[in-house]
Design a protein around this ligand. Structure first.
Ligand code: ZN
Length: 215
């Protein structure tokens, strides 16, 4: 077997692989695929995946759920001696929660230059002046794999959206966009997906707005 396929047990790669399994569960559930595990004394004590849509909860990021679960296992809100592995750099909410829970170390896969709070955009885990806790941060662990699953998710989401739009256009052209029909007929399919109607509506809105401004 090639050495590329060997992952040393108890290494950062090993635990990130487990976090990636959690990300795969999110993917299967139609969630943005991010996963996290919490490790203490070389044992995984908590694991979770992003469940914002599933739980209808904007705070249900993988890290938040894993931290809550870890606190329950440890029986304390302090997660001293713990390391959290997460496939994407924590956002400000999760980084804030991490500071409050005080794990020793945060290991993440792919950086997030637009919203990451572990150095990608801002750094709450090693802030200056410091918050009440600093974490050791390790980045870029299995970053290609962590990025790949997110890119695949958004590629598929875009393709699904385009297919839905194309279908709506086709359905619409059989109905309201038929030139033989009265132009005022109501589009039974999403009027915002029908370019013909959408452009008409946009023109009307623009005309009304312009007329109002002139008054
Ligand atoms: Zn987050």
């Amino acid at each position: 077997m090639s050495e590329d396929f060997i992952i040393e047990e108890k290494s950062d790669d090993f635990y990130m692989q487990l976090a990636l399994r959690e990300a795969a569960k999110a993917y299967q559930a139609g969630e943005v695929p991010i996963g996290a595990v919490v490790v203490k004394d070389e044992r995984v004590i908590a694991r979770s995946w992003n469940q914002v849509e599933t739980l209808k909860d904007a705070t249900a990021h993988a890290e938040m759920l894993a931290l809550t679960s870890a606190q329950s296992v440890v029986g304390d809100w302090r997660l001293e001696g713990c390391t959290i592995y997460v496939t994407k750099e924590p956002c400000p909410m999760c980084a804030g929660a991490i500071v409050h829970c005080r794990p020793d170390k945060v290991v993440f896969g792919v950086s997030d230059p637009k919203g990451g709070a572990a150095g990608g955009w801002i750094n709450l885990l090693d802030s200056n002046p410091p918050l009440n806790h600093k974490c050791e941060v390790v980045r870029d662990v299995m970053k290609e794999e962590c990025l790949s699953i997110i890119q695949q998710f958004f590629r598929e989401a875009r393709a699904k959206k385009k297919a839905a739009r194309d279908t709506a256009k086709q359905e619409c052209s059989k109905d309201c966009c038929d030139s033989e029909k009265d132009d005022s007929s109501v589009c039974l399919f999403s009027p915002f997906l029908c370019e013909h109607k959408f452009l008409d509506k946009a023109l009307v809105i623009e005309q009304v707005t312009t007329a109002t401004l002139r008054q």
